[in-house]
Write a protein that binds this ligand. Structure first.
Ligand SMILES: [Zn+2]
Length: 282
């Protein structure tokens, strides 16, 4: 059930700043920013739940403190911001499907989105794309895949903006610029690396059940790129509802939960037809 790109989708670049780094279940969003491929933008500061503190590390990186949120940054409560964001997304998409791109989304922004945006329905039916995974897979061999480094490596000097990194708004503008200079082939292939919101929900819940980072793909080429396995729910006749792990880059398949029917557990995944790995010439 990989997400397929529909004709006329609306692409948005999304970034959150939070009270701390780490487990999406115990941190709060303090800034949300989105930039559409057409150049429209959404930005809002958010008040964390009462009693939640900003970690000194997060404040040092983002410059956001509780005092500034309550004062000059005019932060609003999450419920209000989520409603505004849903309205903004509806205005941008005009009924088209959404493609949401976030850098390091798999590990960070998407699990947060699952927790924070599930109830308002914004991302149902959307394709979520982790640009970090996409750049690692489609532009292998770069020195670093941090957003600021990608920006310096891939955007010609004359076109670079002077950006303040780790500000959600600057980060989404940088990501949009980076994406736009890659061209259509990159975008098409990157969308193939995308996931449906439903997949992201399963993945986030699986992450929360485990204690460590998501499992890496065991294939050598994927391990070099740092690509993780995705957990999905089987809907086959033999193993309905059983979790399995798969990699979008190679054809890795392994079961991630016990058989739903003991006798039928020997089922193998049907071989999938895959396009050959493509590297894009510059
Ligand atoms: Zn793999």
């Amino acid at each position: 059930m990989s997400a397929k790109r529909k004709a006329g989708t609306c692409r948005i670049f999304l970034d959150f700043e939070t009270t701390a780094l780490g487990d999406a279940r115990v941190i709060d969003i303090v800034q949300i920013s989105a930039t559409s491929a057409e150049g429209a933008s959404f930005e809002q500061y958010v008040l964390p739940v009462p009693g939640r503190k900003m970690s000194p590390g997060a404040s040092a990186v983002t410059g956001i403190t509780l005092e500034r949120l309550r004062g000059e940054l005019c932060a609003l409560d999450w419920k209000t911001v989520a409603a505004q964001f849903r309205e903004w997304c509806a205005e941008q998409s005009q009924g088209r499907g959404l493609e949401v791109v976030a850098h390091n989304g798999t590990a960070f922004d998407f699990p947060l989105a699952v927790r924070a945006l599930s109830s308002c329905g914004v991302l149902e039916g959307a394709t979520l794309i982790d640009s970090l995974t996409a750049f690692r897979a489609l532009r292998p061999g770069l020195e670093s895949y941090a957003l600021s480094n990608l920006y310096m490596q891939l955007i010609p000097e004359a076109e670079r903006e002077a950006l303040v990194w780790h500000d959600a708004s600057a980060d989404t503008r940088a990501l949009a610029a980076l994406w736009n200079v890659q061209g259509n082939t990159f975008a098409e292939l990157a969308v193939g690396h995308g996931h449906s919101f439903e997949e992201v929900c399963v993945h986030a819940r699986q992450l929360w059940r485990s204690t460590g980072p998501p499992p890496q793909c065991p294939s050598k080429a994927c391990a070099v790129l740092g690509l993780c396995l995705w957990t999905r729910v089987s809907n086959s006749k033999r193993n309905p509802g059983r979790l399995y792990s798969t990699c979008k880059e190679c054809n890795h398949f392994s079961w991630a939960s016990p058989p739903t029917n003991g006798e039928r557990s020997a089922e193998k995944a049907a071989p999938r037809l895959r396009p050959p790995r493509v590297q894009i010439a510059d």
